[in-house]
Design a protein around this ligand. Structure first.
Ligand code: GTP
Ligand code: SPV
Ligand code: MN
Length: 615
């Protein structure tokens, strides 16, 4: 054990496989770890090797400390429940910052902070923030270790829960250290829950701090996160690195880091198509990623459910990988009737967070089963009955599970695939039709830049409020979004025009006057996918409209479902008046970028207004 300033001279006790590496790159890593330790003053340093034994010991320790509840292995082997502090239940977008040298590089949609000023703010917060705790050093790879599109990083953290989660969500271990030692560039990420322990002080089940900072330094490729233990605030490889920092790397290197699921659709003839889809948080990515088509002969293989990295290939196609290794999925609404694939994936080896506990030691959440258990322990640990009047599971409760456990995971899910179509979507009760096809890449980029969606529980804010969420990347783009739109246009130019993926907009969430969803959704979304795949092959015509190409209703495969004719009409209704109002909102949104919006997108907006006003 070491105290305060003496630490730099006499490092904390080190556990785990401190790498037996040499050379300047390895020394730079060790020097950085020592530097972070000197600042945060942990009692112990543990280099994470990613082994099974290490993971088991970590989980056992968390159970002993009351940080995890071991679920009944009869129902849920190798699985655990974590209950977060009630104030730390989702990403905190208001506390998420981009610290670029130039404020204009962050753009109007990000919270910008001056890098020097924020370092001056963060340093005293991190000073001694790991006292009494173990500092874990977690080397991780996004994408297969050594893969052509992969990137590596290191997360230093004082949260064992974060370590266990990163172990599921990424590839962790010594192979990554070897790459670092060999000189491969890596991203530095530092995370502290901000709850140092005095000697003898008892720990909490979910330590965190009221003050939170999630700060990205795009110029030096660093992330510093303080005060939160939850999801995207704490698993820094995910939103912080694989989206915000990676989007900046992609801008500079000619590729795209996107908030997208990735699937392979196989038609009845056995022909495969690859589709990526960007929907905002809690708007259906995991569900579409695990789609079980309700139409005979069609199959879907899962490749990824949240993040995709897209790079133009020498063949003129757009190639995609899922850089993650697991799913951090929304629990509520996940059940046999909606997403049976997810239910099967969660058979064991899963960390659940903020779901309800059953008396038999298994988990439950709203939507898992049709019948509601008589008694439960809710996500905060209180006794619960159906009469309680509150949700038993938090609306942003989640499961963390390896991708390999998904029964329909593609055999080659760790490899890159060439994209045939890109979908953009949001949660829109009105206006946006079930599906629209873009007329070309530029129009597709225009559609992406216009995505708006009703807020969900995945981040703080008022649920249901409509907000713009271009490309579903509003909270995740690490640079000026006007430049990001321009980058999308540029990537399109790097593709062969006849090999670029076709772009579509979808909306599963349109509602009737009576507030009911007009479209059955879930497995029946395969019917929309079928139409898209038939369009790709030129098998069906589409109807031009002011906002894009629409299906002929007769071309939609509705065999086996009853969608009333009036609902079908409403699913595709385009009200010119409200669409003109949308164009006013788009103009207002674009104006916020002070002249930085690409001319091609302003031209698309003008053309849309012209089409809407013309008879
Ligand atoms: P993040 O992990 O936050 O990025 O969310 P996500 O985009 O992966 O969303 P997910 O698939 O977990 O779905 C979020 C919620 O939307 C769940 O409660 C689902 O049950 C619900 N949902 C998904 N697909 C559909 C659909 O087609 N129709 C309807 N009505 N609800 C859906
Ligand atoms: C999202 O909010 O889009 C998520 C969950 O996928 S988190 O990892 O917390 O960002
Ligand atoms: Mn997400």
């Amino acid at each position: 054990t070491t105290q305060g300033g003496a630490l730099a001279a006499a490092p904390a006790q080190t556990h785990g496989a401190r790498p037996a590496m040499s050379g300047p790159a390895a020394e730079a890593l060790v020097a950085w770890v020592d530097e972070v330790a000197a600042l945060t003053q942990p009692d112990r340093i543990h280099w994470v090797d990613g082994s099974r034994a290490e993971n088991e010991a970590l989980l056992r320790e968390m159970v002993d400390e009351g940080k995890l509840i071991k679920l009944n292995p009869e129902w849920r082997p190798g699985s655990y429940l974590a209950r977060s502090h009630p104030s730390d239940v989702a990403r905190t977008e208001g506390r998420t910052f981009i610290a670029s040298e130039d404020e204009a590089d962050a753009g109007p949609t990000n919270n910008w902070v001056d890098p020097a000023e924020i370092r001056a703010t963060l340093t005293p917060l991190f000073e001694g923030s790991m006292r009494g705790r173990t500092m874990y050093v977690v080397p991780f790879s996004m994408g297969a270790v050594g893969g052509p599109l992969s990137h590596i990083g290191v997360q230093v953290t004082d949260s064992a829960y974060a370590v266990a989660s990163i172990g599921i969500m990424t590839r962790v271990g010594t192979a990554v250290l070897e790459q670092i030692a060999a000189g491969k560039p890596w991203v530095k990420t530092v995370h502290s829950v901000g709850a140092p322990l005095r000697p003898g002080q008892a720990d909490e089940a979910w330590p965190c701090n009221d003050e939170k900072y999630i700060v990205h330094f795009p110029d030096t490729l660093e992330v510093w996160s303080f005060g939160s233990g939850y999801g995207g605030n704490a698993i820094l490889a995910k939103k912080c690195f694989a989206l915000r920092i990676a989007s900046v790397i992609g801008r500079d290197e000619g590729w795209l880091a996107e908030h997208m699921l990735l699937i392979r659709v196989i038609d009845p003839a056995g022909k495969a198509f690859h589709i990526a889809a960007a929907f905002p948080s809690a708007c259906g990515k995991t569900n579409l990623a695990m789609l079980r088509p309700t139409i005979p002969g069609w199959r879907v293989e899962t490749l990824g459910d949240d993040i995709a990295w897209l790079r133009p290939g020498e063949d003129g196609r757009l190639w995609a990988i899922n850089p993650e290794a697991g799913f951090f999925g929304v629990a509520p609404g996940t059940g046999e009737s909606t997403n049976v694939t997810a239910v099967e994936t969660l058979w064991g080896n899963t960390i659940f967070t903020n779901v309800a506990l059953r008396p038999d030691g298994d988990v439950w959440w709203e939507g898992l089963t049709d019948d509601i258990p008589e008694e439960l322990t809710d996500w905060q640990g209180n006794a619960w009955t159906p009469a309680s009047g509150t949700p038993a599971a938090h609306p942003n409760s989640r499961f963390t599970v390896s991708a390999g456990q998904c029964p329909q995971i593609a055999g080659d899910w760790a490899e890159a695939v060439p994209l045939d179509a890109i979908l953009f979507g949001g949660r829109r009760a009105t206006n946006v039709p079930l599906v629209v096809e873009a007329t070309d890449w530029t129009h597709g980029v225009f559609l992406g830049s216009n995505i708006s969606s009703e807020r969900t529980a995945a981040a703080e804010g008022t649920v249901g409020e409509l907000r713009r969420d271009p490309f579903a990347m509003l909270p995740f783009c690490g640079y000026n979004m006007a430049d990001y739109f321009g980058h999308w246009l540029k990537v399109g130019q790097a593709l062969r025009f006849d090999r670029a993926p076709r772009i579509f907009q979808v909306n599963w969430f349109r509602k009737g006057q009576d507030g009911r969803f007009l479209w059955p959704g879930f497995g029946d979304n395969a019917r929309v996918v079928e139409w898209i795949v038939r369009r790709l092959q030129g098998q069906v015509e589409a109807v031009p409209s002011p906002i894009g190409r629409l299906p002929r209703i007769d071309d939609l495969n509705l065999d086996g479902i009853e969608v009333p004719e009036a609902d079908l009409q409403e699913l595709f209704a385009i009200d010119r008046e409200t669409w003109l109002q949308e164009t006013d909102l788009t103009a207002e949104f674009y104006a916020g970028f002070e002249g930085r919006i690409p001319a091609a997108l302003n031209a698309e907006l003008a053309a849309l207004r012209y089409r809407l006003t013309r008879d």
